[in-house]
Each structure stands twice: as structure tokens, then as C-alpha cells.
Design a protein around this ligand. Structure first.
Ligand code: ZN
Length: 452
């Protein structure tokens, strides 16, 4: 598809498909739809133009990255793909992408732009330091209560009017998140993802068709790549993705919480499992995003935004204990160069299919060699992780390597006092360690190299 700028609209037949989904709209709905069309019309065209580029495959490596050969084949016989992005006159925060006889419809639910905007405001207030912990909590709850309304609650309105210092930042952030959401949905269309009907007939609100985890991650990788090309900026794509995932996760958690209240026992667990299998955790989604962006760009903006997202979600801040870090640096200063180089090689691992695999046999052998080597391995893994992760979930490779080291050393040196101290220092330097362990345990991320 050409991006040559002609103001051509969507094909008439596809526009007709879209109109049929609309029914009778109120004046307010028509107004909202017109505003949304203005925002997304050019954006969809630019994304599709970027999608034609054969170079799309070049950066698609890493966790959750789609198989580049599949993508190349699709891009090769890629006739211009008509995609109509529109606003669905249905409440809540969500979007669906479906195929019609004439193309694809990306239907963003009516509350989504407003909620994304609200979230952008809230994140900006936290970044600017205008809210204490209690204020953050109460506004987050307010935001979740407004999920079904189009107008903000009084408190949120007051926040916008009086407390947010940087209005420009707030609306830019909200728009970036919305544009990433649209890029994600357009990517589903590019991949031809059909979704499947929900496997559970639950009373809580799941969309009519759901994409599986793998499809979601593929759409994230592709969205990141398209966004960074169409928007000309990887940093914006990264920030938009973090905000989109942050808001989505907040709402998923709320859905799970409400389901747990309404259902009990096995059924509540099945509800949670279902959400997990169709809604990948933001850590996985960011890894897929970084696969599409090439290398993770831990910009200052991304670090600040993720810190605010964490505070809103109630996660502990990443305060890294300096004394613990110094202890690890001291270990490295006294270590043999050969051991450090060997450790770096093992922890770097290599790409096997969708995952970055580490030779666990080699890692075990290193850790078992002697206590000094074991402590060196820990120090390398910790400092490597800390450097690569100034914000949550920036570099998955270093996180997985650290977890493998943590497990290997606990198995071999459980009774050793120096190792016990090192394990304690890991938690001081990396307060998110247990959270990482928990997430990787549930996502089968770690994988040994099958060829070793
Ligand atoms: Zn999706």
C-alpha cells in the first residue's frame, strides 16, 4: 500500500461493512466517532505502508517474536490490505479485529480512547510527583470504576483541572498508548489472526472472540515495529506500549478480582487460567515489543513512565541497595578474568526458536567448580541484570539468566554462609526478584538449550 498521502478513504464495500456494525448512533456517539476517525485514518494508512516493508523481519528476534519466514511470505504476497479502524458503539476498554468479505474491521470500544486518556493523565500526575500513595490508590480505583462511563468521576476531573502540572505530556502519553493499541489491532489483521470464541461461558465480560497468548505476542512485536517506522521513533513506540500494557493489565486484574468475588473454587481458578492464557503478562508483552524494536531503548521517559505505572499497580519501586551492589562489584574486582568471560558467554546463551536458551549444563558445571567461581557467576548475573533493567521488564534475557543462576546456586550451595549472604544481597539489589521468579515459573520462559 502506498503512503503517498492521497486523502482516499477506505474502500466503499468495507466502509459499508463498518456502517452495518454501527446501528443508530446518538449525536454524542457520532461526534466521538468522527474525532476518532480523524485520529486513526492517517495512522492506519501509515502503519499499513510500513507493513509492506520487507525489512520488517530484520528485528523480529527474541522472546515471543514471530517466525520471520512466515511474516516474509505474508509480506511477499501482501496485496494491499484494507483495514477500517473505527469506534464500536459499545462500552468498556477493549478492541476487536474481525475479517469481513471486504477486508478487516478494527473496532475500538467506545470508552477506550477516554480511558486511555485518563490513564495518561494519572501516569503524568505520578511522574510529576503530584500524588502521594493514597492519592494514587484512590484515583486508580476511581479510574476502574469509570470503566463503564464516558465521563470522568469528579475526583479525576479535579485532578486534571488542578493537579496535573504538565497537560501536554499527559495528552501525548494517552495518545501514544491509543496509537499503540491501534497498531496492535492492525497487526492482528496483517497476520490474519481470526481469534477464537471464549472457552468459558462466564458471566463477566469477555469479548466475543479472543486471541491466544501467542497471537497477542506476535501482534505486539509487529505493532512495535510498525509503530516505530510509521511514527519514526522507537522511544514513542516503547512508551505507548508500556502505557497500553499497564492499562490493560490493570483492567484484567480488576476483571479477575470481580470474577473471584462472584465465583469460588475451581471456577474462579478456571477464570484466572483463562485470563492468563489469553492475556499475556506485561513482562512477556514488553519482551515481544522489544523484539519488534530491535534493542530495548531504556529512555528516561520510558523509565519514568514505567515507575508511575508500577506505583499505580501497587508494585514496589525498584530501589537498588547500593551496599549490595558494591559487594557484587567487589567480588568482580577480585575475580579471574577468564571466569568472568566464561560466565558472560554462558549467560549470553543463544537464540533457539522463540526463546533465548542458556546451556544449563555448562552453568551447573561453573557453579559447582568452587565457591569463588560460584560467587563470581552470581555477581556477573546480578550486575548484568541491573545495568540492563533501569525500569521493570526492560531486558528479558538478563532476567532469565539471573533466575537460572539463582536456582543453580541455591541447589549446589544451600548450606554455605557466603552464598546465603549473596542470595540475600540479590534481593536487596533487585527488589523485583521474587516477582520475576513467580512470573517465569508461570510462563515457561526458561528453557535449556536442546542441542547441548
Ligand atoms: Zn490482541
Amino acid at each position: 500500500m502506498s503512503s503517498s498521502g492521497a486523502q482516499s478513504d477506505w474502500p466503499a464495500a468495507l466502509e459499508e461493512d463498518y456502517r452495518r456494525t454501527q446501528g443508530r448512533l446518538s449525536a454524542a456517539q457520532q461526534h466521538r466517532r468522527a474525532a476518532f476517525d480523524t485520529l486513526t485514518r492517517r495512522w492506519a494508512r501509515r502503519l499499513l505502508a510500513a507493513g509492506d516493508d520487507q525489512q520488517l523481519v530484520l528485528h523480529a528476534v527474541g522472546y515471543g517474536a514471530p517466525d520471520p519466514t512466515v511474516w516474509t511470505a505474508k509480506a511477499r504476497d501482501g496485496a494491499p490490505l484494507p483495514v477500517r479502524v473505527g469506534l464500536a458503539p459499545q462500552p468498556r476498554f477493549d478492541a476487536e479485529t474481525t475479517q469481513t468479505p471486504n477486508g478487516w474491521l478494527v473496532m475500538v470500544k467506545e470508552h477506550t480512547p477516554a480511558l486511555m486518556n485518563d490513564y495518561g493523565w494519572l501516569v503524568t500526575a505520578v511522574v510529576d510527583g503530584s500524588l502521594d500513595a493514597e492519592g494514587i490508590r484512590s484515583l486508580r480505583d476511581e479510574l476502574l470504576r469509570t470503566e463503564r462511563r464516558l465521563e470522568p468521576e469528579a475526583d479525576l476531573r479535579q485532578l486534571w483541572d488542578r493537579r496535573v502540572g504538565n497537560a501536554a505530556d499527559a495528552s501525548v502519553r494517552g495518545a501514544q498508548a491509543l496509537l499503540f493499541l491501534v497498531a496492535h489491532e492492525v497487526s492482528h489483521a496483517l497476520w490474519g489472526h481470526q481469534g477464537e470464541p471464549p472457552r468459558l461461558e462466564l458471566q463477566w465480560d469477555v469479548p466475543a472472540r479472543m486471541h491466544g497468548s501467542q497471537e497477542e505476542l506476535h501482534a505486539d512485536t509487529t505493532a512495535a515495529h510498525l509503530f516505530s517506522r510509521a511514527g519514526g521513533n522507537r522511544e514513542r513506540a516503547e512508551v505507548g506500549a508500556r502505557l497500553f500494557f499497564g492499562m490493560t493489565h490493570l483492567i484484567d486484574e480488576e476483571i479477575a478480582r470481580r470474577a473471584a468475588k462472584r465465583f469460588t473454587g475451581v471456577f474462579a481458578q478456571r477464570a484466572r487460567d483463562y485470563l492468563q492464557s489469553t492475556h499475556p503478562h506485561p513482562m512477556l508483552r514488553l519482551a515481544a515489543t522489544h523484539a519488534g524494536l530491535g534493542t530495548p531503548p531504556p529512555s528516561e521517559e520510558a523509565i519514568a513512565v514505567q515507575g508511575a505505572i508500577d506505583a499505580i499497580a501497587g508494585r514496589p519501586a525498584l530501589v537498588r541497595d547500593e551496599a549490595a551492589l558494591t559487594a557484587f562489584r567487589d567480588v568482580l574486582a577480585g575475580a579471574e578474568d577468564g571466569t568472568i568471560v566464561e560466565t558472560l558467554g554462558v549467560l549470553e546463551g543463544r537464540q533457539v526458536g522463540d526463546v533465548h536458551a542458556i546451556d544449563l549444563g555448562h552453568l551447573e558445571a561453573l557453579v559447582r567448580r568452587d565457591i569463588d567461581t560460584a560467587l563470581t557467576v552470581v555477581a556477573v548475573a546480578v550486575l548484568r541484570y541491573v545495568q540492563a533493567n533501569p525500569a521493570r521488564w526492560t531486558d528479558m534475557h538478563t532476567a532469565v539468566a539471573l533466575i537460572d543462576v539463582d536456582a543453580a546456586i541455591s541447589r549446589r550451595w544451600a548450606a554455605d554462609a557466603a552464598v546465603e549472604r549473596a542470595l540475600h544481597q540479590i534481593r536487596a539489589a533487585i527488589p523485583e526478584m521474587d516477582e520475576l521468579l513467580d512470573l517465569t515459573r508461570h510462563s515457561q520462559l526458561t528453557q535449556s538449550d536442546p542441542e547441548q
